[in-house]
Write a protein of this length. Sequence first.
Length: 95
Amino acid sequence: MASHTQCTHLGQIRDVEPRTPQGCEECLATNGWWVHLRLCLECGHVGCCDDSPSKHATKHYHQTHHPIIRSFEPGEDWGWCYVDQLELTPEELHR
């Protein structure tokens, strides 16, 4: 039986408001573009995904060490913990 590894950072999830609900914070400031958006669940930073040219969500993690993001795409309800390298379920995100 496989053991399920659980994220150890769920306690850092906050009830955040997106700082830039219309798109990636840095791309908006520099006329950049993005593929998909990610929301930092510690501070509300909106950044672009790793398929985007600038990868601002991951850069935000490296600058701040805020471990958990969630998809900021309509109809998607999953998250990611950078530290534990785990995808998070809606149940884990909405505890």
